[in-house]
Design a protein around this ligand. Structure first.
Ligand SMILES: O=C(O)c1ccccc1NCC(=O)[C@H](O)[C@H](O)COP(=O)(O)O
Length: 217
C-alpha cells in the first residue's frame, strides 16, 4: 500500500499550522468564506498563515466562489500555493484561472453523491491539477461544501481514481479508525481531514498523533 500524503484542513492559527506540520502534514487547508461549516477564517488570517508556512508544505485556499474573476480576486487577497474550489464552477472556465494565475495549482472538489459524480469527475480532471472527493451537499438550501465529518461511497471514489490521470485526495469523515480501510479501497494520492483531529473545534495534538500512527503502515 502506498502511503498517502496528508492535508490537514480547517487550520485556524499559525500555531495550528505549525502543529500540523510537526506531526507530518504535507499541506494545510485554509477555509475562506463559506455558506456553512466549522473551519471558516478571515482572508486576513489566511494570508498571515500562508506567509509563515515553510516550503515544501502547500497552503490551500478553500474558496466557495464559482466565477473565475471572483476566485482570482479571492486568491489575490491571500497568496496561497494552491486554490481548492469547493463548489462547481458555473461554466468550465478553468482557462481564465490558468491564464491569470499560471503558477497556482488548482484542486477541484467533487462531492460524491452517486454514479453521476464519476462523469463529472472524469470531465473536470482534464482542467485541474488534482481532484478532492468529499461528502458535502451543494443542493441543500444552505449549501454544505465540506467539514461534514461524513464518509461517502468509497467504491465510487475508487472508480474515479482508476479513471483519471491526476492525483486524487480523499476527504469526508476520515479518522484513525477508518483510514486504513479508506486507503485500501481508494488508494488515493492524498487524504484530507478536518473534524476527526479536533476537540471543541481546536486542533488536538493527541488526535493528530493517533491519526499519523494509524497510517504508519
Ligand atoms: O470546514 C469547513 O468549514 C468547510 C466548509 C466548506 C468547505 C470546506 C470546509 N472544510 C474543509 C475541508 O475540505 C475538509 O477537510 C473536508 O471537507 C473534510 O472534512 P471532515 O469530513 O470534517 O474531515
Amino acid at each position: 500500500m502506498i502511503k498517502p500524503r496528508v492535508k490537514i484542513c480547517c487550520i485556524s492559527s499559525i500555531e495550528e499550522a505549525m502543529t500540523a506540520i510537526a506531526h507530518g502534514a504535507s499541506a494545510l487547508g485554509l477555509v475562506g468564506h463559506m455558506p456553512s461549516g466549522p473551519g471558516i477564517i478571515s482572508d486576513a488570517l489566511i494570508e498571515q498563515i500562508a506567509r509563515k508556512v515553510p516550503p515544501p508544505v502547500s497552503t490551500f485556499l478553500l474558496t466557495s466562489e464559482t466565477r473565475p474573476q471572483n476566485i482570482i480576486t479571492h486568491y489575490k487577497r491571500v497568496n496561497t500555493t494552491t486554490i481548492q474550489i469547493v463548489d462547481a464552477l458555473e461554466k468550465r472556465e478553468y482557462e481564465a484561472l490558468r491564464k491569470e494565475l499560471p503558477n497556482v495549482k488548482l484542486v477541484q472538489v467533487i462531492h460524491v453523491a452517486d454514479e453521476s459524480s464519476k462523469k463529472e469527475a472524469i470531465e473536470i480532471s482534464q482542467y485541474v491539477d488534482a481532484l478532492l472527493l468529499d461528502s458535502g451537499n451543494p443542493n441543500l438550501p444552505i449549501k454544505e461544501l465540506g467539514g461534514t465529518g461524513r464518509t461517502h461511497n468509497w467504491e465510487i471514489s475508487r472508480q474515479i481514481r482508476e479513471a483519471i490521470q491526476i492525483p486524487l485526495f480523499l476527504a469526508g469523515g476520515i479518522n484513525k479508525d477508518n483510514v486504513k480501510q479508506a486507503v485500501q479501497v481508494v488508494q488515493p494520492f492524498g487524504l484530507d481531514l478536518c473534524s476527526s483531529v479536533r476537540t471543541d473545534g481546536k486542533l488536538d495534538p493527541e488526535k493528530l498523533e493517533d491519526f499519523f500512527k494509524a497510517i504508519d503502515f
